[in-house]
Design a protein around this ligand. Sequence first.
Ligand SMILES: O=P(O)(O)OC[C@H]1O[C@](O)(CO)[C@@H](O)[C@@H]1O
Length: 397
Amino acid sequence: MPHTPAPDASDVPDLPELPDAPEIRIDVPGSFPRAVFRERHPVLIGQVLDALPYGPRQRAALTELLARSTGGGVLEPPDADTPDGARWRAWGAGQWGRRWDEAPFLWAESWFYRLLLEATGWFRPGAWQGVDPFAPFKAAELAGPAVDAELAALEAESGRDALLSAALWGNRADLSFRLTAPDGSAESGLVADDSARLWAVLERGRGGRVGVVADNAGRELLPDLVLIDHLLTTGLAGQAVLYVKPHPYFLSDATTADTLAALTRLRTAPGKAAAAIGERLWRAMGEGTLTVRTHPFFCAPLPYDAMPADLRAELAGATLTVLKGDLNYRRLVGDRHWPPTTPFAALTGYFPTPVAALRTLKSDVAVGLAPDTVSRLDATGTPWRTSGRHALIQVHG
Ligand SMILES: O=P(O)(O)OC[C@H]1O[C@](O)(CO)[C@@H](O)[C@@H]1O
C-alpha cells in the first residue's frame, strides 16, 4: 500500500509530491534487516533460553521459531482461539502463506516477537502464562550501576534541554540493539533538532494534555518519566498520558509492570531529587494527572497511519504526542526507503495531534534531514542510519 498523507496534511504548505518509496524488506543480502534476523535473533533466542528454566516444550518452540524465521519457513496464521488470533489474522492479511523473507521487515519483526511470546507460554493458561521472557534482562538493567549513576545525576539542577536530551539518548539503551552493536559506540550528535519547536508547541498548549508513546523500559523509561515530571511540575502539561505496550515486545519495550518498576526505582533512590520525582509521579497517578494506558495497536505490525478509530480518538486532543524510539519512528513515517530529505511533515500530517519524534537512528529509515546533513553523513562512510550513534528530534505541529 503506498503511503500517502491523509487530507488533514493540507495545513502543511508547499510540500512536494511524495516519492514512491519501496518498503524495507528482509530478503536483501547484506542488508540491515537481514542481519537482524540472521545475527541478532539467534543471540536473542539463546539469551531467552538461558535466562529462564523453560521446559522442553517451550525450548522446542523457541528453537523452531528461529529455524523457521531464518530458514525460509512459511508464515502461518495464528490459531483463532489465541486471545489476539482474530486481530493478527487481519493484521497479516496478504502475508499468510508467504515465506518469512518475503514479508516486509516491520511486519516480520513484529510477528517474530509475537511468536516468541507465544512460544514461552505467555498466552496460554498454565504456569508460564503472563511471565515476561525479557524480565530478567529488564530487571538486571534497572538494578545496574548505570541506572545508579543516572539517578545520582538528577541531584544536580538540570535545565529542560538536558532532560529532553536524556530522554532522547535514553533510547540508545535499547537491549535488542545492544545484542550485536559494538560496545562504547559513543553518541555523535543530532542530525535534526526541532527542540525549539517542541518547547514552542508545548508553550502554545500550556496546561493541556501531553501523550508520550513509550519505547523501552529501564534506562529509557526513567528519563521519560523524569521529563513527564518536568512537564507536569512546570505546568507545560496539565495532564500526561504514558502509552505502554499491552504485553512484552521487541525485548525491552515497556509495559505497565515495567513502569511500576521504574517508578519504584525512582521512589527508592538514595538521592532526594530522584526520590521526590518518583513520589510526585506516584501521587500524580493517584490523582489522575498521570495516566498509564495501552492499546493492542501498539503491538501491531503496521504503520500508525493505519491506526484504528478508537486509538485515533484516544490520542486526539493532546497538545503534543511524543513518540519515543526507532520502532515508533518507523511506524510513524512508514518503514520505507524514503529519500532522507523527504519532509517529516509530509509523512506525519495524518497524525491526530501535533507530533514529536525522539529517536536514535537504529534502522534504515530516515526522513526530514537537510541535504548538507545527508552529504556529511554519507561522506563518513559509516552506517550512520543503523549505528545508534546519531539521534533526532523532529516535530510537526
Ligand atoms: O527500541 P527501539 O528504539 O524502538 O529500537 C528497536 C529497533 O531495534 C531493531 O529491532 C533492531 O534490533 C530495529 O529493527 C528496531 O527498529
